[in-house]
Design a protein around this ligand. Structure first.
Ligand SMILES: [Zn+2]
Length: 144
C-alpha cells in the first residue's frame, strides 16, 4: 500500500458511503491505513491509498483511530492554519489555509454504530482535511 500523489485522478473522486455490515476487505483496509500513519501524518483518507470508500484514519490526540461515513457540520467562525498533505509533495510542502474553528461530526465504527463528537483547533483541522479528501478535494491554500 502506498500513498497516491497529486495529480492522481483518484484523489479527485468523491468516495461513496460504506454499506454495513462491512467485510474483511474494509477491516483490512483500516488496519493497513493505520499502520501507514505513525510518523507519516495525522490522518489519511481511503482514496489516498486508491480505495474509494468513505473511510479515514487518524493518528492524532483526542481523535478516534478511524471514522466510517463521517458527516460534518462546520462553524462559521474560521481561523488561519498551516497544513501539509501526504499526497502533495509527500507532505513536505506547507500551505496557508483557512478552516472552521469548531466542527461537529458524526461517524460510524466498524459495527455500524454511529457516534457524535465536537472538535476544535488542530483536531478540527485534521478532520476537515480528511473529509475534504473523501469529497475529492485537496488543500485549498497558498504554499507558505
Ligand atoms: Zn491530505
Amino acid at each position: 500500500m502506498k500513498i497516491l500523489q497529486y495529480p492522481d485522478p483518484r484523489l479527485a473522486q468523491k468516495c461513496p458511503l460504506v454499506r454495513f455490515p462491512i467485510g474483511r476487505r474494509h477491516r483490512r483496509l483500516i488496519n493497513e491505513m493505520l499502520k501507514l500513519l505513525p510518523g507519516a501524518g495525522a490522518g489519511l483518507a481511503a482514496n489516498q491509498v486508491g480505495s474509494q470508500y468513505r473511510i479515514c484514519v487518524f493518528n492524532y490526540e483526542a481523535l478516534p483511530p478511524y471514522m466510517i461515513n463521517p458527516v460534518i457540520w462546520k462553524s462559521p467562525e474560521t481561523f488561519g492554519v498551516q497544513e501539509a498533505c501526504l499526497s502533495i509533495d509527500e507532505g513536505k510542502t506547507f500551505f496557508n489555509t483557512v478552516r472552521s474553528k469548531t466542527i461537529e461530526v458524526t461517524f460510524c465504527d466498524a459495527n455500524g454504530v454511529r457516534y457524535a463528537g465536537e472538535y476544535s483547533g488542530g483536531a478540527a483541522v485534521v478532520i476537515q482535511h480528511e473529509i475534504d479528501h473523501l469529497d475529492g478535494k485537496l488543500i485549498n491554500g497558498t504554499p507558505s
